[in-house]
Write a protein that binds this ligand. Structure first.
Ligand SMILES: [Fe+2]
Ligand SMILES: [Fe+2]
Length: 488
């Protein structure tokens, strides 16, 4: 571990030149000062190993090497490649460059420059961390205390997820929340938080991504490969340029939110939906329960939260692609991952007497396509929640990863189902309401989930932990049902 300490000293004291050559790592990798490095879960169509190494570095510093060795004893040192940056992103993203390289299949250990990164998934996954909705909220209406790690606990959650030693981490999206300049009246909460760029029709910038995600998430980046879904805060008009630069797992998507000039104005895309992709893992508590788990990842960055409209038809192909792949490949178990929930409830304090069911365009877009899924994972509502709709996969909402929580009360089980109004009538002629839920459970505390396979095939035990890592609730998932209870 000595070389890692040397690396820190090298960065802090600027002694890299005198230390270079002191170890093999330095000899191979003259660049040691990556701002963040991590291993993304990526589609195997792009990276055969399903693992993509990324490094965020100072702009112009030059990409580090990806080095390591395989279980067969072969060593490698591969130059990382610069990821494209949108030409018109201007100064907002000029401070950083992003480098990437697929991790070779069979890799045992790997380093980006001189920093160790997660290099492998176990042959049988036994521990999955689940988290979502994490940035520090600054809008004209609400300001979180970004200067206090109890009020904005992402760094603590990240550290405790790392301590729990998951095999893999799933992040359900909404990373970027610093959407307004810190109000003069709230300087004690957010003084000097990076403001939105004034020269682009977007709210995100490199500096806000550093503050909201890249620095506080580094402990969990170090712990395990991570799947980073896109939330609505990563739409192109918000943090999308940063999402596609840092976290999108496809090498071809770097410019998806690139600004362009139309009729003399700078604009960014909207309703740009990334194609559905998937990851398939071996999971299980023992040989007897080992099985394949397929996770279908939907891009639900768009579509609104209150009505069913023409967007549902635009979103539907994402769910058709997921359902088709699962029907064709027939994994033992399949989860649907979509940032906006399909069966998620907001507090009656927010619903203004209307339906509490959120994101009905996702509900409508996926209708009739959920038959092969056991579980739906989402965030978006800033709570921990489980919803069981008759004959549908259980819905989990894990939106308590650090951003300002939703109201603490107002989550009684509704007597009407998704896609209906409070009197049970259809919300829209475009979609048939679901029946009322058989049960719901909501707990409004910061935290994350550690999921472990149960002793029965395709069953899971979920432990909700708070930002200190202390358990506060548990869920048993089996037969497409999630039964949750608060324990502390
Ligand atoms: Fe959110
Ligand atoms: Fe969201």
């Amino acid at each position: 571990m000595l070389w890692r300490k040397s690396t820190i000293g090298c960065i802090v004291l600027g002694l890299c030149a005198s230390l270079a050559g002191a170890t093999n790592a330095f000899a191979l990798n003259p660049v040691t000062s990556s701002i963040a490095s991590f291993t993304l879960i990526a589609p195997t169509s792009e990276v055969p190993s399903g693992l993509l190494a990324r490094a965020v570095i100072a702009s112009g510093a030059g990409c580090p090497m990806l080095s390591g060795s395989t279980s067969a004893g072969r060593t490698f040192a591969l130059p990382m490649r610069l990821r494209s940056k949108p030409a018109l992103a201007g100064a907002a993203y000029s401070a950083l460059d992003v480098c990437e390289r697929g991790i070779p299949t069979g890799t045992d250990n790997a380093m980006v420059g001189s920093r160790v990164i997660p290099a492998t998934l176990p042959s049988r996954i036994k521990r999955i961390a689940l988290t979502g909705d994490s940035g520090c909220r600054i809008t004209s209406l609400a300001v979180q205390n970004c200067a206090n790690t109890s009020a904005w606990p992402l760094a603590r959650i990240s550290r405790n997820i790392a301590k729990d030693k998951p095999d893999v981490i799933i992040n359900l999206g909404d990373y970027f929340y610093r959407e307004a300049e810190c109000p003069v009246t709230d300087q004690g909460l957010c003084a000097s938080s990076p403001p939105p760029p004034g020269n682009l029709p977007v709210t995100g910038s490199a500096m806000s991504w550093i503050a909201d995600a890249l620095i506080p998430m580094q402990p969990m980046f170090d712990a395990a490969p991570i799947l980073m879904a896109r939330g609505n805060h990563e739409s192109c008009a918000r943090g999308g340029i940063g999402y596609f630069l840092f976290f999108s797992p496809q090498r071809s998507t770097a410019l998806q939110c690139a600004p362009s000039i139309v009729d003399g104005k700078v604009v960014v895309p909207s309703n740009d939906i990334s194609p559905t992709w998937n990851a398939t893992w071996q999971v299980g508590d023992s040989d007897a329960t080992a099985h394949t788990l397929d996770i279908e990842v939907i891009d639900s960055a768009y579509g609104g939260d209150q009505s069913v409209d023409s967007y549902a038809a635009i979103q539907r192909p994402s769910y058709v692609a997921a359902a088709r792949r699962v029907a064709k490949e027939k994994p033992d178990e399949a989860w649907l991952l979509t940032h906006r929930p399909i069966f998620g409830m907001i507090s009656t304090q927010y619903s203004d007497g209307q339906s509490v069911w959120t994101s009905p365009n996702q509900t409508a877009a996926s209708q009739g396509l959920l038959g092969d899924f056991n579980l739906i994972l989402s965030s978006h509502v800033h709570v921990a929640q489980a919803v069981n709709i008759p004959n549908q996969p259980a819905q989990l909402v894990i939106g308590n990863g650090g951003t300002l929580l939703d109201p603490a009360t107002g989550y009684e089980t509704p007597k009407y189902g998704p896609l209906s109004n409070v009197d049970g009538s259809p919300l829209s002629p475009l979609a048939t309401p679901y029946p009322a839920p058989t049960s719901t459970w909501t707990d409004v505390r910061f935290g994350y989930i550690i999921a472990t396979p149960g002793t029965q095939t395709k069953s899971w035990s979920l432990e909700h932990r708070d930002e200190r890592g202390k358990p506060f609730a548990s869920c048993a998932v089996a037969n497409r049902l999630a039964k949750c209870r608060t324990t502390h």
